[in-house]
Design a protein around this ligand. Structure first.
Ligand SMILES: *Cc1c(COP(=O)(O)O)cnc(C)c1O
Length: 362
């Protein structure tokens, strides 16, 4: 029996008929942009997150850029971002005119601490992107206590819960991705911004629609960045299932631990008070390449996602950290390996993974 790294389809099988009907309804109504499904989803998503407002946008990358623009970030500003993340976390910064400043992470949790942010703050720091990587929760309140607004990157944290609430409701403003493989995935690209600051929400609505509030006057250079009706109709059906899917992901992680996986590899450590709905179950090991190859021979998929940290990507060469290395980032980049997890992974699959890891490392 082979075990896939992730599985985004099995969980939605029971919802097929309902989804098909909703898709046909949107097609029949013929309103594809900013219609009733987007309105309803924005309200439902804000409620689920625990924020006052949610605004649908085209994808999770533009959600970050627009959130930064709504905060007034522009040329001459610096935005702090962890180098160990998906590339888009940092790629979203330069389109605002600001520059990325890379901070380190703790390789045990893959999350940045307030001290690591503080270490790279300057008078030009205007925002911090706190990434809830792999579904773990970043210490947003501690970072905001440094006196700088936080944009939460929640792309991998749908369904996770932190000690102070849900990701997306912990800081000034937050970005979400509904890319199909994420914990809450649409049938194409999609994203959202959440905030409890009404004024910021109004600015986001203006920016996502060509910098216009009334569709006649264009007060700023904005974006054409909208969640479409088809995606919103699908997401409205999936959103109520998210808590159960998140619980399954958390239970799978506990099962990995109970079966002794932690004696073979380093398990991901939840941050203080966090109950992560692990989007990816990422362990640490000295030779992830060899382990991955041996697992593949047993039909088990695994993958190193961020082998090359963002600050070492060619496109980021102008913004490499002045101080040289980011030791936690380098360690995580070298040692991490994602093992199978999904909203429907079975006990047998988890046992098979643990047995194969044990055999490979014995
Ligand atoms: C997926 C992802 C994004 C970007 O989301 P898209 O919807 O693909 O643009 C941003 N940050 C992180 C951490 C991600 O995993």
């Amino acid at each position: 029996m082979s075990v896939p790294l992730f599985d985004s389809t099995t969980a939605i099988e029971p919802l097929r008929e309902q989804i098909d009907a909703a898709l046909l309804e949107v097609a029949a109504a013929g309103q594809f942009i900013l219609g009733p499904n987007v309105d309803a989803f924005e309200e439902e998503f804000a409620g689920a997150v625990g924020a006052a407002e949610a605004i649908g946008v085209a994808n999770g990358t533009e959600a970050i850029t627009i959130a930064l623009r709504a905060l007034g970030i522009g040329p001459g500003d610096e935005v702090i971002v962890p180098s160990f993340s998906y590339y888009a976390s940092a790629e979203a910064i330069p389109p605002t005119g600001a520059v990325p400043v890379f901070c380190d992470i703790d390789p045990a949790s893959y999350i940045t601490s307030a001290d690591q942010v503080k270490a790279v703050m300057t008078p030009r720091t205007k925002a911090v992107i706190a990434v809830h990587l792999f579904g773990n929760i970043a210490p947003v309140a501690e970072i905001e206590a440094l006196g700088v607004p936080v944009v939460e990157d929640c792309a991998q944290a749908a369904g996770s819960v932190g000690q102070d609430g849900n990701p997306g409701a912990l800081g000034t403003i937050a970005s979400h991705s509904f890319y199909p493989s994420k914990n809450l995935g649409a049938f194409g690209d999609g994203g959202a911004i959440t905030t409890s600051d009404r004024e910021l929400a109004e600015r986001v609505r203006m920016l996502r629609f060509h910098g216009s509030r009334d569709r006649v006057n264009h007060e700023e250079i904005g974006f054409n960045s909208r969640l479409d009706e088809i995606q919103a109709a699908v997401l409205r059906i999936l959103l109520p299932r998210l808590p159960a899917w998140a619980a399954h992901r958390a239970a799978a992680a506990s099962r990995y631990e109970e079966l002794g996986l932690g004696r073979l590899v380093t398990l991901p450590q939840a941050t203080a008070g966090a109950a992560p709905a692990w989007h990816l179950f990422v362990v640490g090991t000295d030779d992830p390449h060899q382990l991955s190859q041996q697992l593949a021979a047993s039909g088990i998929e695994s993958r190193g996602y961020y082998r090359r940290p963002i600050h070492e990507q060619p496109s980021m060469s102008s913004w490499r950290p002045a101080t040289g290395s980011l030791p936690g980032t380098d360690e995580a980049a070298r040692r991490h390996l994602a093992l199978p997890i999904s909203a429907t992974i079975s006990d047998e699959e988890i046992e098979q993974v643990v047995t194969a890891v044990g055999a490979a490392l014995s």
